[in-house]
Design a protein around this ligand. Structure first.
Ligand code: GTP
Length: 341
C-alpha cells in the first residue's frame, strides 16, 4: 500500500468526480439545448440526484468534469453550499475522454490528500450502496473498486469477470456470447495515486485504456457487486423511464419533486397550466410554463418547459422538448420519443 497507513486513509472523507462532459449524441436533439446531465429527470436536472447520493455517502467535495456546454452547470449548482457540500468545476476546452477528464478534474482536489476518489458517470441512476462500496475499497486496500451490476442480456456491454474473491480478472469488449453477466455500472472508487498516473492533457478512455492497463500491471482491481436498481440514461427511452420510476417511487432520491397531480402520480410545476379535464399520471412531469389543454392524457412522460399540448392529445412515455407544440395531428401517440419544435 502507499506510504500512508490505513488508519490515516480512514480518517479522510471520500471526494468525488462527476463526469458530465460528454456530447450525449444518442439524446439529440434534446442535448443540442442542454447537456445530458442537466436534462430534467424526476423533475430536476439529473446531476442533482447524483450530488445528493454522493453527499449521503459522506462525500464533502465533488468536482464536475465538464466540457460540452460547460457554462450551464455553475449557475445552477454554484459552490455547492445550497446542497451541503463543496462543488468545483473543471473545464476541458477540448473533451479529454473519461480518463483524461478524471485526470484533469483531480487537479481541483487537494494534492496531498489520500482520500478515496469516487468517480460517477454522469448518466447513471442507481440505488447501489455507495457507502459499502467505499468501505469495501478501503477494507481491502484496493487500487480501484468498480461497482458491477448483473444484467439479463450482457451482449450490449463490455463485461467484467471476477474471481471467487471478487478480484477483477479481465475487461472484455461486447461479444455475442458473454462469459459473465456482470457489467461496469459506471461508479468506481480510485486510490488517488492511481489517478495521478493517468497521462495529463491527453484524450484517455478509462474503460478502454486505464482499467485494462491497471489489470495488466498487477494492480488491485476489484468488483463490488450490487443488484439494486440501476439504469443507464444514455437513450431517450431509458431517461424517460428513469424519470417516471423516480416519481412512482420505484427508486427513491431526495432530489425528486413531490407528486402533486390531482389526477394520478405526477408533478405539475406551479407555473404550468393544466386543464382540469386532462390527466397527468404514471410518473409524468409537467415543467414550468407548459400548457396542457382539455381532454389530454399525459402518462409516464416529461413535458418540457413552455411546451404546449393542444386539446385531445394523448402521450405516453415521451419527452416533449421545451417549447414544442403538440396537436392531435402531430401527436406522438404511444411511441417513445421526442417531439421537437
Ligand atoms: P453519447 O454521445 O450518447 O454516447 O453520450 P456521452 O457523450 O455522454 O458518452 P457516454 O455515455 O459514453 O459517457 C459516459 C459519461 O462520461 C457521461 O456522463 C458523459 O458526460 C461523460 N463523458 C464522456 N466523455 C467525456 C469527456 O470527454 N469528458 C468528460 N469530462 N466527461 C465525459
Amino acid at each position: 500500500m502507499d506510504s500512508l497507513n490505513k488508519a490515516d486513509q480512514i480518517a479522510e472523507s471520500p471526494v468525488g468526480i462527476l463526469l458530465v462532459g460528454g456530447r450525449g449524441t444518442r439524446l439529440a436533439p434534446l442535448t443540442d439545448l442542454a447537456p445530458k446531465p442537466m436534462l430534467p429527470v424526476g423533475g430536476v436536472p439529473f446531476t442533482l440526484h447524483q450530488i445528493l447520493q454522493a453527499k449521503a455517502a459522506g462525500i464533502e467535495h465533488i468536482v464536475l468534469a465538464t466540457s460540452y456546454l460547460a457554462e450551464v452547470f455553475e449557475p445552477f449548482f454554484g459552490d455547492g453550499s445550497r446542497f451541503g457540500l463543496q462543488i468545483s468545476y473543471a473545464v476541458e476546452k477540448d473533451a479529454l475522454g473519461t480518463g483524461g477528464g478524471i485526470r484533469n478534474a483531480a487537479k481541483f482536489l487537494a494534492a496531498s490528500s489520500h482520500a478515496p476518489v469516487v468517480i460517477f458517470n454522469g448518466d447513471v441512476l442507481s440505488a447501489h450502496d455507495l457507502t459499502a462500496q467505499i468501505q469495501f475499497h478501503r477494507a481491502r486496500d484496493a487500487d480501484l473498486t468498480l461497482y458491477l451490476t448483473k444484467v439479463k442480456d450482457a451482449r450490449a456491454y463490455g463485461v467484467v469477470p471476477t474471481d471467487s474473491d471478487l478480484w477483477v480478472t479481465d475487461f472484455l469488449e461486447k461479444m455475442e456470447n458473454p462469459i459473465t453477466d456482470q457489467i461496469n455500472a459506471g461508479c468506481y472508487v480510485f486510490k488517488r495515486s492511481v489517478i495521478d498516473q493517468i497521462p495529463e492533457g491527453q484524450v484517455v478512455s478509462v474503460e478502454r485504456e486505464t482499467f485494462p492497463t491497471l489489470l495488466k500491471s498487477g494492480r488491485r482491481v476489484q468488483g463490488f457487486i450490487d443488484g439494486s436498481y440501476w439504469r443507464d440514461l444514455g437513450t431517450p427511452a431509458a431517461l424517460i423511464a428513469a424519470s417516471a420510476d423516480l416519481l412512482q417511487g420505484v427508486i427513491n432520491s431526495p432530489a425528486t419533486v413531490e407528486c402533486n397531480s390531482p389526477t394520478g402520480v405526477g408533478f405539475i410545476d406551479n407555473s404550468a397550466i393544466v386543464s382540469e379535464n386532462s390527466l397527468v399520471n404514471e410518473g409524468s412531469v409537467v415543467l414550468a410554463g407548459a400548457v396542457i389543454e382539455d381532454g389530454c392524457v399525459i402518462s409516464g412522460s416529461i413535458v418540457g418547459q413552455a411546451a404546449q399540448i393542444r386539446a385531445g392529445v394523448k402521450i405516453k412515455g415521451a419527452f416533449i422538448a421545451p417549447g414544442s407544440i403538440i396537436t392531435p395531428s402531430n401527436s406522438i401517440g404511444e411511441i417513445l420519443g421526442f417531439a421537437a419544435k
